[in-house]
Design a protein around this ligand. Structure first.
Ligand SMILES: [Zn+2]
Length: 342
């Protein structure tokens, strides 16, 4: 655990993760009349030890913890929320967006059903049944690291305001990385808590998940345009370095997805390809390992769905005995029209 003062009354608590992305940043905010935790980490023994060390260092007792705010409910942010609630003797309720509350109860609360949806999602993308099962089972590990689930929660409404760290923040919500991701903007100080929506060094994962909102990449690119309206001198992210050049980073993220869309479209040229085949070309992989498959497939799907929404490519579903596979081809008339209108 590393504890860093990042702004007056705001402490960054960096906790370990057992993944390639090996850490997550949570935050402890000194509200004056108690403390707010922003994000919780994955529920592992290292996370528990990390939180306890941070509480000791800052002199925080269970009675001081007022609430737990979640930017979104991916397992590395949501996982230890129930444990933190228990640690506070049930005083600290979990606060999250209405959409993320739905997503969390469906994904983590009903994991068995969700796992089956995930397998079908991967089969449709062209993974073999053995591989799809392996990926879903691999994901099972993180599901076990989200327990216990929080017992009471309060909804934070986008468009309203919240007092924390002895400041006023506007509550914003943007989709793309997760459907109901919350960001918090303090206009008086040009300070943003950006969750995983805007990150340095790595690009936020934009994936099409079973049960998630349609066209996440379209929603994400819209959000980047809207986020340019905010003045941000410092953004506090969920991973990697603090963000000092907000507008520069938004532009880089737009460029990244424009390039990725170009590579995805080029990979569809051959026609009649599955998502798995296209993902191998886009990510330059000879074969997909279990770890790569999960994100390569769902990220490629997000880009393919965007291109389909734009009328650049078309999807065809075919299959037998309930095993449907989606194949993508260029939407020739659409391309011709796009070129003719350019
Ligand atoms: Zn995330």
């Amino acid at each position: 655990m590393t504890l860093t003062t990042v702004a007056p009354h705001i402490y960054q608590v960096t906790l370990p993760l057992p993944f390639a992305l090996n850490h997550v940043h949570c935050y402890l905010l000194d509200d004056g009349d108690g403390w707010t935790a922003v994000d919780a980490g994955l529920h592992t023994s290292q996370t528990e030890a990390g939180w306890l060390a941070a509480f000791t260092e800052l002199g925080i007792t269970p009675a001081h913890l007022k609430r737990i705010i979640l930017t979104h409910t991916h397992p590395d942010h949501y996982g230890a929320a129930g444990w933190l609630e228990q640690w506070s003797d049930g005083r600290a309720a979990v606060h999250l967006s209405p959409r993320e509350a739905e997503v969390a109860s469906r994904t983590w609360g009903e994991w068995g059903q969700h796992e089956q949806l995930m397998v079908r999602h991967l089969l449709r993308a062209g993974l073999t049944p053995a591989m799809a099962q392996e990926v879903a089972e691999n994901t099972q590990f993180v599901a076990t690291r989200t327990r216990p689930h929080p017992t009471h929660h309060e909804l934070l409404q986008p468009g309203s305001r919240i007092e924390m760290a002895q400041r006023t923040f506007d509550i914003l919500s943007y989709a793309g990385h997760s459907d109901g991701q919350l960001l918090f903007h303090c206009s008086a100080e040009a300070l943003m808590l950006s969750g995983d929506h805007v990150l340095m060094d790595i690009t936020p994962n934009i994936s099409l998940w079973p049960g998630g909102w349609a066209n996440p990449l379209g929603r994400y690119l819209d959000s980047l345009r809207e986020l340019k309206a905010f003045e941000v001198a410092l953004a506090l992210p969920g991973h990697k370095r603090l963000i000092h050049d907000w507008h520069g980073r938004l532009a880089e993220l737009e460029k990244h997805h424009a390039e990725r869309l170009g590579h995805t479209l080029a990979a569809v040229q051959g026609g009649d390809s599955t998502t798995a085949e296209i993902a191998k070309t886009v990510f330059r992989l000879n074969h997909l390992t279990v770890h790569e498959a999960r994100f390569a497939i769902t990220e490629t799907l997000a880009h393919l769905e965007y291109l389909a929404h734009q009328g650049e490519i078309k999807e065809d579903e075919a299959g037998e005995m309930g095993l449907m596979v989606t194949r993508y081809s260029l939407f020739v008339i659409g391309c011709w029209l796009t070129k003719a209108m350019a």
